[in-house]
Each structure stands twice: as C-alpha cells, then as structure tokens.
Design a protein around this ligand. Structure first.
Ligand SMILES: [Cu+2]
Length: 711
C-alpha cells in the first residue's frame, strides 16, 4: 500500500511543481487509484526525470537533481542528498546509502518494489548497482523507517522506480521514449540510456537500455586508484490491462565489466545478472489485490591481480560468488475501521555460494561460503486511517527464517589450518531457525495547511547476514565494511532488535520551508566485529593462525553487541527574491556502542549542503557548497582513522531547451580541493597516486554535461 501512496505522492508533487503536460501525461498511468491518499509526511521522493520544474519553493516531498549536480553513475550518490543520508562509497558503481547511520544490509533497497539480492560477499554489487542513472526515473524513500509492507529491514526503505512507458492515456498505441546521456571530464566517462516503447490504455511494450563507461577519476594529486567502471543493462517489459485488472512483466540483464573497488581486496571482473518479475494489480468488489513473482540470478567474479599490481602468483585469487532468488508476494487491501487495511504474505528463497580459487594453482580452492540457503516467509497487516484526528499508519509483521549452509570444500593446496577450520565447520550444526516480529506506528497531522507534525515509533529486526553467520574462513569478506580487517562469522548470532523514535515537522510558508527531524534508535544485539578472543594478537587459535597467514594477526569475529544512534537533520529553503533562492540540507548523526565506550564504525560526518539558485523561465544557475565536518568519533575496534573537514564547491546551469528537453552543464570541485571522504574507505591498491592504506580522496576539478529528453 505504501508503494501506491508514494507513487501518487510523487505525481501530485510533480503536478504541484508545474510540470508540463507531456510528462504529466506520461505519469498518468501510475495514477490508477485516484482515491488513494497522498502522504508526503512519511515519504521522500527524488525525481530524476523531472523536466521543466518551475520552482517557487521546493515541494516538500521531493529533491530534484535537476537543480543540483548529481555526478557519476551511482544512484546512491543521488539518495545521499536527502536529509540524514550519505554515500558509503566502495567504488564507482558499488555505493551504498547510509541513512541515519544505517547502511549495507540494514538499509533495505527495492527496485520497482522488488527486493534486490546482491551476490558479492562484500557488496560489490549492492542493490543500487542494479539501477544505473540513465534508467532511474525517481527514488522514493520512507522517511525514518520502512513500512512493514515493504518487507523486513531496519532503516528507511528505498524504492527505485525505473523509467517505463507504462500504460498510456489513449485507445491506440503511442510511441514514447525517455532518454538521458551524460559526459563527465574528471573520469572521461559517458553514460547513455533510457526506455523506448509504445503504450495504450490497455497494453504497453518497452525496451530498456543503458551503457556506462569511465576511466579512473582524476584529482589534483593524480588518479584515484581503480575508480574506473563499465556497466551495461538491457531489458524488456510489457503490460496488459482489462477493466480493473493489470498484469505487467519485466526482464532485465545486467552486465558489469572490469570495474575497480580500491577499498576492497579485489576488483570486479564481472557481474552478470538476470532479473525477471511478473506482477498483477487489480480490484474486485472494493478489495485491492496485488501479487508478484520475482526471480534473479547473479553470477559474479572478482580477482586481486588483473586490475591491480600483484607480483606473487601464489597470492593470486579469483573468487566466484553466485546468488539466486525466488520471491512471491500477495496482498489485499480492504476498507476497515474508517481506513484501509492491507494484509499480505511474502516468501523469499535465496541461495548463495562463494568459491575462492587461485587460477595459477588448480589444487587451491575453497568454498568459503558454501551452498547457503536462506528462506523467509512473512505475513503483515498494515492499517492506514485516522485515530483521534491523527493520520496514522499502524503495521505489524512476523517473519519465519530458516538458514542453512552446505559443506565447505577445500583443495589439496590449502594450508592445514584452513583444512581444519573447514572440517570443524562441516561437523557443526549449521541450520538455524528464527521468528522475528516488527511493528511500526506513524502519526502525522497537518495544521492549518502550513505545518505537518510527524511521529514514528518502530520496533524493527534484522537477521544476521549469511556472511556474518557462515563465514568460517577468516577473509576480508564483511558485507562491504572495507575497514581492512579480516572477519569470521558466528553460527550462534541472534537477530538485531532496534527500537526507534523519530519526531519532526514539515513547515512550508509563502517564501520558505523547513523539515527538521530528530531521532533515536537503540539496537540490542547490533552485529559488529569484536576481537576474536580475549587475547588479541596472541596467535593461539586456528582462526588466528589462518588469519595471520593471510596478513592479519588480529581478526575480528561478528558478535551481538549493544548500540545506539541519534541525530538531527533537516532540509530548508528560502525564496529571497522572485529570482533568487537558497536551499539546504543539514545532517548530523552519532552512532555508539552501549556496552563499551567506542563510537560505531563509518558514521557520516556532520554535513551541510547549500545551494544558491537564480531562476529564469527557461534556465537556472546554481552555486553549491558542500561543507563536511571533521570526523574524530572513530571506532577503535575497527582501527578507523580520523578525517579532516572540508568544503567543496560546484556550479551548474540548467537550460530547458524545450518543454521536454533539459540540458545541464556543470563544474565540479571548482577550486580543485584535495579532500578525504570519511565513508570511502582506505586504498588497497599499491603503486598508484594514493598510498596504500591512505583514505581515498574525492574527485578533482572537472566539467560535466547531461541531456535528458522525453518524447
Ligand atoms: Cu565481489
């Protein structure tokens, strides 16, 4: 249900922002339920393909990248512009979103409403890897926490809506396209893609395509090591509608070529992913029906020698990581107690397998995460309506989880210590069952049209990831933490349980707006690396021996600890004169252990984004400053280093060449500042322009251009 709400919210936001009729028409097909309410109080929408937005004051539920520079191929960078959000950058196309301190497996991400399964045990292919910028229409973000109907997950839910021609307004099929091309000087990159198809009110068919390629990103000290990328996506889709019933089908193929991930021990050699989804949406007797079947198959290869120097053939590694998923969902919406009650059931089956090899030694292979099977069946109830004149959303969900792992295989060339760990793993009871319960209550109230108060209370859970549970061999695989540590899992991990409260208001006056939020989240059983045993550095266990041979005498072990997060963030703006306006986003988050005195690892530093914009009818110019504070609250457990504060400035010109063509020209990092990004990890590529072990810097000065067009 929340999915439907946000679709409608964005459509109305676009209309409110004064979009021209062409795009409004293209969006009309999503407006299948004109009676459904619109709830910007609980969702943010980032519109990527908003053409000709005549802005007086920012509409409260969208951030438009057309008025702000969005650089590079990663949609994670776009989301990072929201209040409370930041980019955790493990590579040009390996970015994760951090939202109010949560990232990686704690931040649920869907594409077109479908959960995305990554294959890489270090999230080289995080969910947003599957949403190249030329294909992204908009991104919807559940403010604070995700509704239970989105599935399990701890943080705010992200749903990326890809471009689609969708159903059209007319009886006869009409051809449509929506494309974007971009070039960027700092990495010599280009991107091109979009959707083309034909649509009528009863059917549509479409083709999707995108191609992106870029070299290493330059900064004033040289090139950022292994920051190149290459990615292709193509797909088909279609739909049939009869009366109150519609079915839609989509298939996409993703093909990522050699791409660097300098903060990790290996680079991407390939990611080859097939994804398909069949969905039904309809209405019968006043009851709404939603059903979907999804399937994905990821084949991923990575290595530590073809894109980075590695002179020792004994240490060459090529790792294969595969994942397959099957999912099914069914939900009904019925009128109840003056509101709407959504009842749903969903099931997901996932298989993961990771095999480490040495291509120069046929006897060296090891199944480090062997034949992992993860099954989940969930049910939820979510009611939306009015309680004591407060708009309310009350949700409850329960999930049954079953995990298991197969037998670890080892080649004869593997050292004896690792052989022993494998046989211990194979003798252990690896199966696990768990039931988790989530509850979300949201209340919001609009007063005299200017202020919307909002309050969210939630109990959310997260199951340990398969890496956290089943990593029996100490390796750098950690779900993309990129802290340089070696990790082992724990078969006995408990689920994380988070209790959170979040409160704020959205105020919009004639000439200004502000939307501040304060939040607190207490997590029991927070899963985090801790010293392997009571005598770290004393090599007295098989795990420490094997880890020491791999170059880390002090491995970490995933364990349940206690943690908390709190912070404040806001976006705001002021229309100074009819032509000039200022917009800004400010974010502050703290994450701390509660059981010991140590900040949590990889927390975003305090940040302020400020844009000064001059608007005219057909064009606008923006100057942007990004001010990032020093981060000295760093995790001693993760050997995290401090980063200094910095300021980076950019400028861009938007020109609405026609009603449906937008041209953007911009300059990034105009003063060519050298700065370290706290969330980007440490360089692990030797022999480049950044010393191994140093923080990876941000991009240097450059120009970029982008043309978006819909016909
Ligand atoms: Cu990988």
């Amino acid at each position: 249900m929340s999915f439907r709400y946000t679709v409608l919210a964005s459509v109305s936001a676009l209309a409110a922002a004064g979009l021209v009729s062409g795009i409004a028409q293209a969006s009309e097909h999503v407006n299948q339920r004109p009676d459904a309410p619109v709830e910007p109080a609980v969702h943010d929408v980032i519109v990527v393909t908003g053409y000709r937005i005549v802005t007086n004051i920012h509409v409260e539920d969208q951030v438009s990248p057309e008025q702000a520079p969005v650089l590079g191929p990663d949609a994670a960078g776009l989301v990072a512009r929201l209040p409370g959000a930041a980019l955790v950058d493990n590579g040009s196309v390996s970015g994760q979103v951090q939202y109010r301190g949560l990232f990686g497996p704690r931040a649920p991400v869907a594409i077109n409403g479908a959960a995305v399964t990554s294959a890489g045990p270090n999230l080289m292919d995080p969910p947003l890897h599957y949403a190249p910028m030329p294909l992204v229409e908009r991104i919807e973000v559940d403010r604070g926490v995700a509704a239970v109907s989105r599935g399990p997950g701890m943080g705010g839910g992200l749903n990326v809506i890809l471009k689609s021609v969708g159903f059209g307004p007319g009886h006869d099929p009409v051809a449509q396209t929506d494309t974007m091309t971009a070039v960027r000087s700092v990495d010599g990159s280009y991107a091109a893609g979009g959707v083309a198809g034909a649509a009528s009110e009863s059917s549509y068919a479409e083709l999707l395509f995108s191609y992106e390629e870029g070299g290493d990103i330059a900064f004033s000290g040289g090139d950022i090591p292994n920051s190149h990328h290459e990615r292709t996506v193509y797909g088909i889709g279609g739909g049939l509608a009869r009366g109150d019933h519609a079915i839609e089908f989509s298939y996409r193929r993703l093909d990522t070529g050699p791409t660097g991930t300098a903060a990790l021990a290996m680079d991407i050699d390939f990611v080859e992913t097939d994804m398909a989804r069949l969905s039904y949406e309809g209405m019968a007797g006043g009851i709404t029906l939603d059903a979907a079947l999804g399937w994905s198959d990821v084949s991923h290869g990575m290595n530590n020698f073809s894109q980075r120097p590695n002179a020792d053939p004994m240490r060459h590694r090529f790792t294969y990581a595969d994942a397959r998923t099957l999912g099914a969902e069914f939900a009904v919406g019925v009128p109840a107690m003056g509101g709407v009650l959504d009842l749903g059931i969903d099931r997901e089956e996932a298989e993961h397998d990771v095999l480490i090899t040495n291509p120069d030694n046929a006897g060296f292979f090891v199944g480090s995460l062997p034949d992992i099977a993860i099954e989940r069946t969930g049910i939820f109830a979510e009611w939306t309506g009015e309680i004591l004149s407060l708009d309310s959303e009350l949700g409850l969900r329960a999930d049954r989880h079953e995990d298991d792992a197969g037998q670890a295989t080892t080649g004869p060339a593997l050292p004896a210590g690792a052989q022993m760990l494998a046989s211990m793993f194979n003798m252990a009871d690896r199966a696990h069952e768990e039931t988790t319960v989530d509850a979300v209550a949201r209340f919001w109230r609009e007063t005299d049209g200017d202020v919307t108060w909002r309050l969210t209370l939630a109990r959310k859970t997260r199951m340990p990831s398969y890496v956290e549970r089943y990593a029996w061999l100490p390796t750098g695989a950690s779900g993309g933490l990129a802290d340089g540590n070696t990790y082992v899992g724990d078969l006995h991990l408990e689920p994380e349980i988070a209790l959170s409260i979040e409160a704020g208001f959205d105020w919009r006056g004639d000439k200004a707006y502000i939307r501040p939020t304060v939040f607190h989240r207490r997590v029991d059983g927070f899963i985090q690396g801790v010293p392997f045993d009571a005598t770290p550095g004393v090599i007295d266990t098989p795990v420490e021996m094997v880890s020491n041979m791999n170059g880390d005498a002090t491995p970490l072990r995933f364990a349940n600890v206690d943690a908390e997060f709190y912070g404040i963030d806001a976006d705001f703006g002021w229309q100074i004169t009819p032509g000039w306006r200022v917009d800004g986003v400010a974010s502050l988050v703290r994450g701390e252990r509660r059981d010991i005195d140590d900040p949590l690892y990889r927390m975003a530093p305090a940040r302020l984004l400020l844009d000064l914009t001059y608007d005219q009818a057909d064009w606008s110019v923006s100057l942007e400053g990004e001010f990032v504070a020093r981060q000295d609250r760093v995790s001693a457990t993760n050997s995290e280093t401090v980063t200094d504060g910095h300021a980076v400035f950019g400028a861009n010109l938007d020109w609405y060449a026609r009603d449906n063509v937008l041209v953007t020209l911009g300059a990034e990092n105009v003063f060519d500042a050298i700065y370290e990004r706290h969330l980007s990890g440490y360089n692990r590529v030797a022999g480049g322009d950044v010393a191994a072990g140093d923080r990876l810097p941000g991009a240097g000065r450059g120009l970029y251009a982008r043309v978006s067009g819909a016909f």
